[in-house]
Design a protein around this ligand. Structure first.
Ligand SMILES: Cc1cc2nc3c(=O)[nH]c(=O)nc-3n(C[C@H](O)[C@H](O)[C@H](O)COP(=O)(O)OP(=O)(O)OC[C@H]3O[C@@H](n4cnc5c(N)ncnc54)[C@H](O)[C@@H]3O)c2cc1C
Length: 353
């Protein structure tokens, strides 16, 4: 069992749950947060557009980038005491903020430590995936190359079990460490207890009740050159197929499990089915077949290059994007009798969908 290493004054317990899940909980009894949060001052009225890859979103009432665990603790204690709603921001590559902004505290855990111990690497939640891959190349550690070109942070990747090219974040994770927003307890879950699934995890189920602090990856030795080449292949593939010339937040919808279609229709999809990591019909194909490529609403456009991307052509509002999301869902449902499910997070002024 791995433990979160923090100074003394802590009570600790390990729970074995069903299915061999292991969760270690640690609570601090030294009054640490209340000593410090009195001096905590967040920024006010901060534009969220500049923290979103979409370049869309109104102001956050409060904004704070925590550069350390202690600062994160302070911010949480402050928000709890003032009963202010909280949104956790990673790299902003999978989020649509509302035009009205966010009427609470947007907290960015910029925890940037990377520590290696043999084949195990503990990576702070705020570390960019690209920086972690650079670390893997330099340290000759293999296992995460599938993430070449994946934008965002380790925290965001763990929460959504980000995946591509038949790889998923869960494949090399041993454990994830987190803090409970309400109680400020620290937890460590092993891979099973993280309950990873297709673009999901226990952290997504908990819907903002816990903040991921770090993840422990178990990697294997390989030559830097092989690792670099494998990463570059993925980057090249993305550059060729994704509309990254426009601000975007990646695929708007999850791909559709082939099993959601009646068996007699499976033959229709034989040429397009992908393994992601189970057989799926790409949503880009469904949107394209529904005749929606290139459709616009205000400054938002369904990308002709990759129709599961809705891009910001320059002046898109959140309302423009939401209008296209509604259009896609309705058209695809009419044509294929399946309900598309959003992969992206839609953050309204007071809640998260
Ligand atoms: C061009 C492009 C290509 C993409 N390709 C892929 C792909 O191939 N596969 C894929 O899976 N995704 C892809 N994405 C989507 C996105 O990059 C990933 O989902 C990424 O992992 C999100 O990370 P982030 O740090 O940007 O999270 P954010 O967008 O900032 O946040 C996403 C969610 O994670 C939560 N979150 C962030 N950090 C934490 C934390 N420390 N603790 C708890 N919750 C947290 C946020 O509250 C939010 O709910 C792509 C996006 C773009 C723009």
């Amino acid at each position: 069992m791995l433990l979160v290493s923090r100074p003394s004054g802590c009570g600790e317990s390990t729970h074995s749950l069903t299915n061999n899940e292991e969760v270690t909980t640690r609570s601090r009894s030294d009054g640490f947060p209340s000593l410090f949060h009195m001096s905590f001052v967040p920024q006010e009225n901060v534009s969220l557009a500049s923290f979103s890859n979409y370049k869309i979103g109104g102001p956050a009432r409060y904004f704070f980038e925590a550069q350390s665990f202690e600062e994160l603790h302070m911010a949480l204690a402050w928000a709890n005491e003032k009963k202010i709603i909280l949104f956790i921001l990673g790299g902003g590559t999978n989020l649509l903020f509302a035009d009205a902004g966010y009427d609470g505290l947007v907290l960015k855990p910029a925890l940037m430590d990377i520590k290696r111990d043999g084949s195990r690497v503990t990576v702070g939640a705020g570390v960019g995936v690209a920086s972690f891959l650079e670390f893997c190349i330099a340290q000759e550690l293999s296992g995460f190359e599938w993430a070449g070109g994946l934008p965002g942070t380790i925290g965001g990747a763990v929460r959504g079990n980000a995946g591509a090219f038949k790889g998923e974040t869960k494949d090399s994770i041993m454990a994830a460490q987190s803090i409970v927003v309400d109680s400020l307890e620290e937890r460590e879950r092993d891979n099973i207890a993280c309950r990873f699934g297709y673009r999901t995890s226990v952290f997504k189920e908990l819907n903002g009740q816990e903040i991921i602090l770090s993840a422990i990856f178990d990697l294997r030795a390989a030559s830097s050159e092989l690792i670099r080449r494998a990463i570059q292949e993925k980057i090249d593939y993305r550059i060729a197929r994704h509309p990254i010339e426009y601000p975007n937040i990646g695929s708007i919808f999850k791909n559709v499990d082939l099993m959601q279609f009646p068996e007699e229709r499976h033959a229709d999809f034989v040429d397009v089915v992908k393994h992601d990591p189970f057989p799926v019909v790409p949503t880009a194909y469904l949107i394209s077949e529904a005749g929606l490529k290139g459709m616009t609403h205000g400054g938002a456009m369904i990308s002709p290059k990759h129709p599961n991307f809705i891009v910001n052509t320059g002046s898109a509002t959140a309302e423009d994007v939401l209008a296209l999301i509604a259009l896609v869902k309705e058209s695809v449902s009419k044509k294929f009798s399946v309900l598309l499910e959003e992969e992206v997070q839609i953050v309204s002024a007071t809640s998260v969908a």
